[in-house]
Design a protein around this ligand. Structure first.
Ligand SMILES: [Zn+2]
Length: 374
């Protein structure tokens, strides 16, 4: 079960929509700022109108960001790249593609879809906004939404990886040099330059007296800088691991325990026999029943160890993540991250073949990528 800071909002077109907890704070700040903005520019509005307009605009802003990400995801899916979830972070979202696109044209289409949709929303909102009077609440809401969608489109079109514009740049470079990794590296360098420009401009603003907007620009720059570095590392790691499968790295040796053993017996006699942090729970016929990890044990008070059996605390088979020998290591690593575990049982035709461990994958990654990369 994922234990991260992402909350699930719902499901649209078979795609999970999740948002990072920080969005609650961001939406509250946007709502409060909008309230002050509407009040300042529309002195004739009642308190109720100001509050309602601020809340509705905040919700529609959130919807705009979700639609932007859905545009990326639906185009990706139309090109055979399954998307299981969209997660909204600060400054936008991430569509969780299960893998990178195979060709530059697909990459270009997926990357451009989001900004195009935001531009379309901006056009519709600003167009409709002109129909009302200058202080009509509906027009005020539409105008603000129109401008913010314009900002969303333009910000994302900055040509620095991993922003949409950076992916567009990567697609263009990729078409020219036919080298995915090299193109990613160059798009990352441009991304870092853009980020440094934001930071520099923010610092200048700060010392010219615009402290708050200066800090904001510097913060956005810092965010872009770390995002560029992280995305580059993720891409480099994925391509280093791409040629290996679970079968190449899995170990046939793994600790096992019977379901009816008590925790006391397990800890005194079995846990010391190996230094693994997880044991597979199997019956006498070699059927996999579940997995027992150190975290599961820690949930049970020591006084209950003599009376609690392994089967009572294990994660049962139905809730366990597993891998097949032919599965790629990138996919295995993603499953470990999603399920917050350090190892996965390898199953072939329902029979346990061994385990693959995160440490081993990271070790291999280290060997493949060598020291200091970027
Ligand atoms: Zn986007």
């Amino acid at each position: 079960m994922p234990r991260d800071a992402n909350r699930r909002l719902g499901r649209v077109a078979g795609i999970d929509i999740r948002f990072h907890s920080s969005w609650i704070i961001i939406l509250a700040l946007i709502g409060l700022t909008l309230g002050e903005y509407f009040r300042a520019f529309n002195p004739g509005w009642s308190d109720f109108t100001v509050a309602a307009a601020a809340i509705i605009t905040t919700i529609l802003f959130f919807v705009s960001v979700v639609l932007h990400e859905l545009a990326h995801s639906l185009v990706a899916r139309a090109h055979g790249l399954p998307v299981h979830a969209i997660t909204l972070f600060v400054f936008g979202g991430v569509s969780e593609l299960t893998r990178e696109p195979d060709d530059a044209v697909t990459e270009f289409k997926i990357a451009i879809a989001g900004p195009l949709l935001s531009l379309l929303l901006a056009g519709i909102c600003l167009g409709l906004g002109r129909l009302g009077g200058p202080h009509a609440p509906v027009a005020a809401v539409l105008n603000w939404l129109g401008y913010i969608n314009l900002v969303l489109a333009l910000f994302n079109l900055i040509p620095g990886f991993p922003l949409d514009g950076g992916r567009v740049l990567r697609a263009i470079l990729w078409t020219a040099n036919k080298n995915f990794l090299k193109s990613t590296r160059w798009a990352t360098r441009v991304g870092k330059l853009c980020a440094l420009a934001f930071i520099l401009y923010g610092v200048i603003e700060f010392f010219q007296g615009a402290a708050l907007s200066g800090l904001w620009l510097a913060f956005i720059g810092w965010f872009l800088l770390s995002a560029a570095e992280q995305s580059w590392r993720a891409t480099a790691a994925q391509s280093a691991l791409a040629k290996f499968t679970v079968g190449d790295l899995g170990s046939p040796f793994f600790p096992r325990v019977a379901p009816d053993v008590t925790l006391e017996h397990f800890i005194e006699e079995l846990a010391h026999a190996h230094n693994y942090r997880a044991s597979l729970v199997m019956d006498d016929d070699d059927h996999l029943l579940g997995i027992l990890t150190a975290a599961d044990l820690n949930r049970i008070p020591r006084t209950a160890w003599a009376t609690t059996r392994v089967a009572d605390v294990m994660v049962p088979r139905a809730q366990m993540a597993t891998v097949e020998p032919t599965e790629g290591l990138v996919s295995a690593l993603q499953k470990m991250t999603m399920n917050n575990v350090g190892q996965l049982p390898i199953l072939a035709g329902g029979a346990v073949q061994g385990v693959v461990k995160r440490d081993r994958i990271l070790e291999l990654l280290h060997q493949q990528m060598g020291p200091a990369n970027g």
